[in-house]
Design a binder for this molecule. Structure first.
Ligand SMILES: [Fe+2]
Ligand SMILES: [Fe+2]
Length: 186
């Protein structure tokens, strides 16, 4: 599955995003190993997560999305937020990927969601901290890597939320629900 998806990405996405996806897959494997989550699933979730990031998410794509979750007003206004959900549907339909943990991880990697599971948390973290990301410092990356999985996810959610609020953007409902869920474990 990993190779099939990688071959597809090599033909269909930019080199920069391919490098990001490869690097995210590596960090996913590292975190899966540390936190006792299936490394093979982490590798697939990492390589596949942005498979629909470069397609045009027009109203036809949004209307045909049928994953059991409602499309929110915010997603309708900023369709790029839907690239995880559209990506999960694409993987299911075109690669016969039927592993629910991987699908949920890909589906919710952008804003986070209480249904994302531990694999989803790992992908959420890896996507944010992979070494190709220039928006975070070496010290922040080191700090994150010392935390447990819930604290990692919370720290990144907090940063992401602050970033959005500073720029006047709304924070998605699912991010806030995930934040509440993880905070309750503390
Ligand atoms: Fe993404
Ligand atoms: Fe990504």
């Amino acid at each position: 599955m990993y190779s099939k998806i990688k071959d597809y990405l090599e033909m269909n996405i930019s080199d920069q995003r391919l490098q990001h996806s490869l690097s995210t897959a590596l960090i996913c494997v590292e975190l899966c190993s540390r936190f006792g989550v299936d490394e093979g699933k982490g590798r697939i979730a990492g390589i596949a997560h942005d498979i629909s990031r470069e397609i045009v998410l027009d109203s036809a794509v949004i209307t045909s999305l049928d994953d059991g979750y409602p499309v929110t007003d915010q997603e309708r206004q900023s369709p790029v937020l839907l690239h995880g959900r559209v990506g999960a549907a694409f993987l299911k339909d075109n690669f016969n990927l039927d592993d629910n943990e991987i699908l949920q991880a890909v589906r919710w990697h952008t804003a986070g969601h209480p249904d994302m599971g531990r694999l989803g948390q790992i992908l959420f973290v890896a996507d944010y901290i992979e070494p190709g990301r220039s928006h975070i410092s070496h010290s922040f990356r080191e700090l994150i890597m010392k935390l447990d999985l819930n604290k990692m996810s919370l720290k990144i959610l907090t940063n992401q939320t602050a970033y959005l609020r500073d720029r006047g953007y709304d924070v998605s409902e699912s991010s806030m629900q995930l934040y509440d869920k993880l905070s309750n474990f503390e």
